[in-house]
Design a protein around this ligand. Sequence first.
Ligand SMILES: [Zn+2]
Length: 222
Amino acid sequence: MCGGERFAHHDVLWGNLISQWELSQEEAAYINVQQGTACVGCGSNVRSIALADAFLRYHESPSPLVEWVHAPLAQSLQTLEINEAGTLSGILKNIPHHRLVRYPEYDMMALDLESESFDIVLHSDTFEHISDPVKGLKECRRVLRRGGACVFTVPIIVGRLSRGRHERSPSYHGHPGCLDEAMRVHTEFGADVWEVVLSAGFSECRIVSYCYPAGIALIAVA
Ligand SMILES: [Zn+2]
């Protein structure tokens, strides 16, 4: 993000969420790193950095995001951000053709946006809150031009398969005691997360590791 190399950490998961999610100690530890280890310079956590890393790799950029936004390509790229994509949001808003729509005001399963109108779609830890993930990603694909990409993060427990929470007790992200429907978890993603990407009609799914297993991002190529 900023090129900084100093990090600070605080745990963000709470007991009830860990038990609903049935995380082992090791799994809880890496999700805590994903969400709670952050650059001292710009405040970006591992989740945001992994997303920026995948985004920059897709564009074959050797520069951190704060410098990339001044590159010639950045001036013409049509980007769509669904919900603030972590700390990328504050940096990407400086490029000319950037659009931010917010979840849940904008329904990811029925985006009120023209087809094939963006080069990049970004979202970060929003996808697990969408009731039909394939439908959500199909919409991301619809608004992308051919060869464009949806770059996103979602919490992934790498040692198990994805499971829906529809048959389980409601679980919410955000903070302990949160009952906001928009923060309700519909899918707990696992090692088969790529399957949702290909089911949605993308031609390619790249899984990019910034720091495994805490910092993983996906590039879905349309
Ligand atoms: Zn930084």
